[in-house]
Ligand binder design. Structure first.
Ligand code: G4P
Length: 525
């Protein structure tokens, strides 16, 4: 197959949702369709349940499992689908943000009872930064949920994206009859069977009396009224508007009953983008370019503390990746040989000889690779759009064992490179402050420092509201600002200047007082 054909058959995406909306269940059903797993329940264990909050071994176990399920590749109808898992636990949201930099589109799951929830809003913000195309799946129609029109309004309002229903539920909860596929003009009748998938019933259009026969007169009447309203209110579905991230097509179903999932998957392979061109520091790189290039979006420490091997996740953006080739490590300005690459297929890992744009390859690494690193065949370009986000909780690292200072520093450095948390080093006194998105991450860091590096650290809470990356068109003004705010100036891992704001009010005041300084909440601007 040619490079173009390999690209055309690939879809690389992630599923996002607020915890409990049904991401794991949907993932599992999608894998069943792809024949990648044989039975339900196989994906379930990748979740960190709430009761595991402070259970170290549980965290370690989850870390192991999550390597296996990080990327699930499967084939469906001649399409090679790469599904990138995103941690559901909100304390690991940063990992999710980064994973979203490596996908070409997302499926967003919304619980029809709860509607749009906070985590969905945050994840959608990240999608919007990159205009990622979004397909929306409204789940749990077998429950008494909210009015579908109300849900659509809420999505538009809270997630700041236009929607276009492509299927429509016929009643819900105990009276859920099925969905009408607006696109194909067919009825899918709901059976709560988890094993069989009923074929859709083709109808002429919504006026067909078959509809009444199957769902009853009252439901048919309501459905006709709803469809009329939809056609009146929502413009025709525009594929380009979807691909530009402006309109989200919406499907309804019940993941646990495997209902509406096939329709979703069929629409997904038809609509979702194949690997897209990507921006770099120099130019836009097209996937069809003959020369290989890609970037690292995730690093996972190996489970064996005796060997500091790590797996770096490489997203291929252009050309063909070949195992055993030498590639150019742009940041280190040197050629590196990757003899040990693995592909991810559902639950197995296998050695990969070659991989194509859209594919994710796991590379064993002993400390050369960092998140955001670019590999090419020699061209000096860096993929952009893999920013760090301001953490939300900050604590100072205090070394509790002076004999193990080196180990602590090494451990911290490596954990930060893995993206477990962000390290800020103050200009004054070189104090080290770690910033995370969720409190659970501190527990992970402390545990891993001890377990893998034999270093003991304590974390002292800091009164910091946000880390703001600062810049100015006027270098003089920037220098003055840094001078006057010395006590609050730190450097991030890339030595970029960061202003550590203590409160929202204070930040606002500082912003007003220093109009020449720009404050950014991500490291890339
Ligand atoms: P998550 O990954 O987004 O956190 O959600 P997950 O798939 O684990 O689903 C959360 C809960 O919602 C699960 O129940 C799951 O069975 C249920 N669920 C998923 N899809 C549907 C659906 O279409 N209808 C209904 N009624 N429930 C659904 P649980 O009790 O937390 O787990 P379990 O004991 O069933 O495994």
């Amino acid at each position: 197959m040619s490079l173009e054909q390999e690209i055309a058959k690939r879809r690389t995406f992630g599923i996002i949702s607020h915890p409990d909306a049904g991401k794991t269940t949907l993932t599992e059903k999608l894998l069943l369709f792809g024949g990648a797993i044989q039975k339900a329940g196989a994906v379930k264990s990748s979740k960190i349940k709430d009761h595991a909050r402070s259970d170290w071994m549980e965290i370690e176990k989850q870390r192991g499992i999550s390597v296996a399920t990080s990327v699930m590749g499967f084939n469906y109808k001649d399409v090679k689908i790469n599904l990138l898992d995103t941690p559901g636990h909100q304390d690991f949201a940063e990992d999710t943000y980064r994973t979203l930099t490596a996908v070409d589109s997302v499926i967003m799951v919304i619980d029809c009872v709860k509607g749009v929830e906070i985590q969905t809003e945050k994840l959608m913000e990240v999608c919007r930064m990159r205009s990622t195309p979004v397909i929306c799946f409204i789940n749990k129609l077998d429950r008494e949920g909210r009015d579908p029109f109300e849900l659509l309004d809420e999505i538009e309002e809270k997630l700041n994206i236009k929607v276009r229903p492509l299927s429509w539920p016929i009643n819900m909860g105990k009276n859920f009859k099925g969905v009408y596929n607006i696109y194909e003009k067919s009825l899918h009748l709901f059976t709560s069977s988890k094993t069989t998938i009923a074929e859709g019933i083709e109808v002429k259009d919504i006026t067909d009396t078959l509809v009444d026969d199957y769902v009853g007169e009252n439901n048919a009447k309501q459905l006709r009224a709803d469809i009329e309203l939809i056609e009146g209110v929502y413009p025709e579905f525009d594929v380009n508007a979807y691909l530009n991230g402006r309109v989200a097509p919406v499907f309804f179903g019940s993941a646990v009953n495997n209902f509406g999932v096939k329709e979703l998957l069929d629409a997904f392979i038809r609509l979702a983008p194949q690997p897209i061109p990507r921006e770099t520091s120099v130019r836009i790189v097209e996937p069809e370019e003959k020369k290989f290039s890609g970037f690292i979006f995730k690093i996972h420490a190996n489970m064996d503390p005796k060997h500091r091997n790590r797996i770096a996740f490489l997203r291929i953006c252009s050309g063909k990746f070949e195992r055993g080739s030498n590639y150019f490590h742009v940041r280190q300005d040197k050629s590196v040989r990757f003899s040990n690459a693995t592909a991810f297929m559902a639950q197995d890992r296998e050695t990969v000889e070659e991989a194509w744009p859209g594919d994710i390859v796991g590379i064993f690494d002993t400390g050369n690779l960092k998140i955001g690193d670019t590999l090419t065949e020699g061209e000096k370009l860096m993929y952009t759009g893999i920013p760090s986000f301001s953490p939300e909780i900050f604590k100072e690292v205090v070394n509790m064992d002076a004999m193990k200072t080196k180990q602590l520093e090494k451990g911290l450095l490596q954990l930060m490179e893995e993206g477990v948390a962000q390290l800020f080093t103050y200009e004054l006194g070189k104090r080290k402050v770690v910033g995370v998105v969720g409190a659970l991450q501190f527990e992970v860091i402390q545990f891993r420092l001890k377990n893998e590096y034999n270093a003991t650290a304590q974390f002292v809470p800091q009164n910091i509201y946000k880390a703001c990356w600062i810049s100015s068109k006027n270098p003089q003004k920037l220098a003055e600002f840094v001078d006057s705010k010395q006590r609050h100036i730190a450097r991030d891992k890339d030595n970029k200047l960061v202003f550590m704001a203590e409160s929202r009010g204070w930040l606002q005041m500082v912003q007003d007082n220093f109009p020449d300084i720009e404050f950014h909440f991500t490291s890339e601007f």
